[in-house]
Design a binder for this molecule. Structure first.
Ligand code: NAD
Ligand code: TYD
Length: 334
């Protein structure tokens, strides 16, 4: 089986490539990624000379690049996106291009060659929950509230429309917040850990810090995607979550404890515009139908993640300084 992974140099995509190449010795992977600030080939250095892995620097909004890569693949697993809410507030344009147009261009190529297509999406398309609301599930009405989540919602609708209109063999997953190795230090948990490891940098907590996210260790997400592409029902959507709802301030205090630091490192800052209060996922469908459930508890996952960042200081220091982008130029001469 040959998988076309889009956005494989990013956080979840690179974890997924590790997962697949380790688990399926006979599989091949093409990773197409334009290497934005979030794409980092250091994440995949161990596969660079492996005959089963190929990297193509390319833009998913470019139909010429996408067409030939989709043609030679069996399954498209679509991760590539602009993924950070704060950036979508500051500059939404690129979110519309990559997340909506990029998905459209991929779908057109998949339609041309009738390829299996799995779309990776987020629980943020469902909007925000009150403290007593039931968690999101596959029947929750879409109600996106940031340019990021609106662009992802739009891409989800396009993917489903290709199933209904053209019978394209698609599946879709909406996952809660991921954390773990290779998560960019702009994302909350990585930011907290790296600021504390760096020393001297405060932890910026937005608003009152009582917003709730449902955290999932990234390897558990990769296992769910693996199951869906192999055993998922065509046309279906699967919600994936951690059953690990925590207030942001709980996360900060836990990491402070793991690193032996005190609460003087916390700095309450101005809240994010339109900040969604609570996300939570009911993953009963994928649990009952495909037999998936999270294996790593939040406490274990946070410990593993802190250790990973401690052991991979040069990785996150290069990301924070921007030096990791020099690696690609040295390696590929462009
Ligand atoms: P990321 O920002 O770490 O990585 C995105 C990757 O896509 C980068 O390598 C980037 O270079 C690449 N990319 C961006 N624009 C591109 C383009 N035009 N052409 C080709 N490549 C391009 O993102 P992530 O956190 O790994 O998220 C991956 C996917 O999972 C996204 O679709 C996101 O919406 C979804 N998701 C993320 C989370 C999370 O907590 N991070 C949770 C649920 C769903
Ligand atoms: P983030 O990792 O950006 O994910 P998302 O907004 O997609 O859920 O943020 C997770 C939570 O942490 C969210 O409620 C915003 C909050 N947050 C902070 O309080 N401070 C920060 O510096 C960041 C980046 C996020």
């Amino acid at each position: 089986m040959k998988l076309l992974i889009t956005g494989g140099a990013g956080f979840i995509g690179s974890n997924f490539i590790h997962h697949i190449l380790k688990k399926y010795p006979e599989y091949q992977i093409i990773n197409v990624d334009i290497l934005t600030y979030a794409g980092n080939l250091e994440n995949l250095r161990i596969w660079e000379n492996d005959a089963r892995y190929r990297f193509v620097k390319g833009d998913i909004t470019d139909s010429v690049v996408v067409d030939s890569l989709v043609a030679e693949s069996d399954v498209v697993v679509h991760f590539a996106a602009e993924s950070h809410v704060d950036r979508s507030i500051a500059n939404p344009y690129v979110f519309i291009d990559t997340n909506i147009k990029g998905t459209f261009v991929l779908l057109e190529a998949a339609r041309k060659y009738n390829k299996r297509f799995h779309h990776i999406s987020t629980d943020e398309v469902f909007g925000t929950l009150g403290p007593k609301d039931a968690p999101f599930d596959e029947n929750t009405k879409y109600d996106p509230r940031s340019p990021y989540s609106a662009s992802k919602a739009s891409s989800d609708h396009l993917v489903r429309s290709y199933f209904h209109t053209y019978a394209l063999p698609i599946t879709l997953s909406n996952c809660s917040n991921n954390y773990g190795p290779f998560a960019h230090p702009e994302k909350f948990i990585s930011l907290v850990i790296t600021n504390l490891l760096e020393g001297g940098e405060q932890i910026p907590v937005y608003g009152d810090g009582l917003q709730v996210r449902d955290w999932l260790y990234v390897e558990d997400h990769c296992k769910a995607i693996d199951l869906i592409i192999h055993t998922g029902v065509i046309g279906e959507t699967y919600c994936i979550g951690g059953k690990s709802e925590r207030e942001n301030i709980w996360i900060v205090k836990k990491i402070l404890e793991l690193l032996g630091k005190d609460e003087s490192m916390i700095e309450y800052v101005k809240d994010r515009a339109g900040h969604d209060r609570r996300y939570a996922i009911d993953y009963s469908k994928i649990e009952h139908e495909l037999g998936w459930h999270p294996e790593v508890t939040l406490e274990e996952g946070l410990k593993k993640t802190v250790v990973w960042f401690q052991e991979n200081e040069s990785w996150w220091k290069n990301v924070k300084s921007g030096d990791y982008q020099e690696y690609y130029k040295k390696q590929y001469g462009k």
